[in-house]
Design a protein around this ligand. Structure first.
Ligand SMILES: [Zn+2]
Length: 458
């Protein structure tokens, strides 16, 4: 179990009347994350992730990883430093290189602090040749930091100079099998974004500097997004405005009800063909024993960006709200105030709850706000701002002898007055919902609230 009194959570306290020098554009979620001590701004466009937010990052990593493994992905780790010579071979240093971080080692050899790893992974396979057609398809992924010297960092983790990415690279024998891999990985992405329960749009994308033929982007729709999307109000079809040149009607259902929205790109998939394998000489031996270029795909998910953008979509100006599978904790339990007249009786209930709730949701998912020197009101306010899915308050009514009651607050803004067993039932429902999401079973929001059967809402 986690005790609030022990968690390093350096909240930002701004003195009254202080003039805050705003050096960077902040989104509402970033503002809350910083104020609440979940994320600290490092220097110049980098971020320090504090323990509570790190739990969310770790959960996101686990979820992405399990979906990639289900799609046949094998996890590897490539060095952050990629020799610039490889990027010269693929022509990617010919254009604008102002966003690349380059370093030299003591012998003068130049490296990129990789913003992406197509060259590195392809060169790795080129030096392991000969690869037999029998070893294909091969799907390799990693989760690690990426670097981009942004001219303007914005909205905290949404666009930082160093960020956490999942990048997968696929290698196939032909265009046809590469397309099968592409479809399979896209299905894994669809499942992942449904598991996160944040509305997303998937659009056909311009392939841009990555090259290749087929490409899709996954976006969260938000005013802070940096891409212009055109979305059909009747069927949901969406296109990137860079690609779809403002058609009069929806290409999918012919409706003329199209609207411009802003999207935050959270994931991207590409079919690359031999754009990288050819110049870097990555081949396999085909059925007749002749070397042939590997056919590639690449698939990215911005881990830290998914979290930041999901929070931006779900949160209000004053309270964070997390995707259920990414909330740092499932349940926050607030005990009685030190020295209150209900303290002795309430603490008996509190201890029973700690045991029982922990057993239902897992002790690691329970945050015990044991800072009893603080009033319940103050701790509840903080719990609400942090957006715990469920917050249980063991207050004065819990000490009543006839019918003790607990106050339960949900991150959706509902408040219930429940007895002991009803409270446990609510926790169990939450845990079951999480488990079904993890299994990939999706239930709509309305069905979920219909199925809630306990207690009465205040
Ligand atoms: Zn349509």
């Amino acid at each position: 179990m986690n005790k609030a009194s022990r968690i390093f959570c350096p909240a930002l306290i701004t003195p009254k009347n202080a003039v805050v020098k705003q050096t960077e554009q902040l989104s509402r979620s970033q503002k809350l994350l910083t104020e609440l001590g979940l994320v600290k701004s490092g220097s110049n466009g980098t971020y320090q992730i504090m323990p509570m937010a790190q739990r969310s990052v770790d959960k996101c990593i686990d979820l992405v990883q399990s979906n990639m493994q289900q799609a046949g992905g094998q996890k590897i780790t490539l060095p952050i430093l990629t020799p610039t010579g490889l990027w010269k071979k693929t022509g990617r240093l010919d254009g604008d290189i102002s966003e690349f971080y380059m370093v030299r080692d003591r012998s003068g050899k130049q490296f990129l602090m990789s913003p992406t790893h197509e060259e590195a992974v392809t060169a790795m396979l080129a030096t392991t040749s000969p690869i037999s057609y029998r070893q294909l398809p091969l799907r390799l992924f990693q989760i690690g930091p990426k670097f981009r010297d942004e001219l303007k960092t914005r909205f905290g983790l949404m666009r930082a100079k160093e960020f956490l990415m999942k990048d997968m690279y696929s290698f196939d024998v032909s265009e046809e099998t590469a397309m099968e891999t592409y479809t399979l990985v896209n299905a894994a992405y669809d499942r992942l974004f449904k598991q996160l329960e944040v509305p997303f749009v998937k659009v056909n994308a311009a392939t841009g500097i990555m090259g290749g033929s087929v490409s899709h982007e996954y976006h969260y729709v938000s005013p802070v997004g940096e891409d212009n999307l055109l979305q059909c109000s009747s069927c949901g079809f969406a296109g990137n405005s860079e690609v779809v040149k403002a058609p009069a009607s929806c290409p999918s259902c012919n409706s003329s009800d199209l609207k411009e929205v802003r999207g935050v790109e959270v994931a991207h998939t590409f079919l690359l063909g031999d754009k990288y394998s050819k110049p870097l000489g990555a081949t396999f031996l085909n059925t007749t024993g002749k070397p042939q270029s590997l056919v590639m795909g690449c698939y990215g998910i911005g881990i830290t960006r998914v979290i930041a953008a999901a929070l931006e979509v779900l949160s209000s100006d004053h309270e964070l709200r997390w995707p259920k599978l990414l909330a740092p904790y499932d349940v926050c339990l607030i005990g009685p105030k030190q020295g209150s007249k209900e303290q002795p009786e309430a603490e008996v209930i509190e201890n029973e709850l700690l045991l029982n709730v922990g057993e239902i949701c897992g002790h690691q998912e329970l945050l015990h706000d044991d800072r009893k020197e603080l009033t319940i009101g103050k701790r509840l306010l903080e719990a609400k701002r942090l957006g715990h899915p469920l917050t249980i308050v063991v207050g004065a009514k819990s000490a009543r002898l006839d019918s003790p009651k607990l106050e339960v607050h949900t991150s959706k803004g509902e408040t219930y007055e429940l007895d002991f067993s009803e409270t446990l039932k609510l926790v169990a429902e939450h845990s079951q919902h999480k488990k079904s999401l993890e299994r990939g079973c999706f239930q709509s929001e309305t069905e979920e609230s219909k199925s809630r059967s306990v207690g009465h809402q205040l």
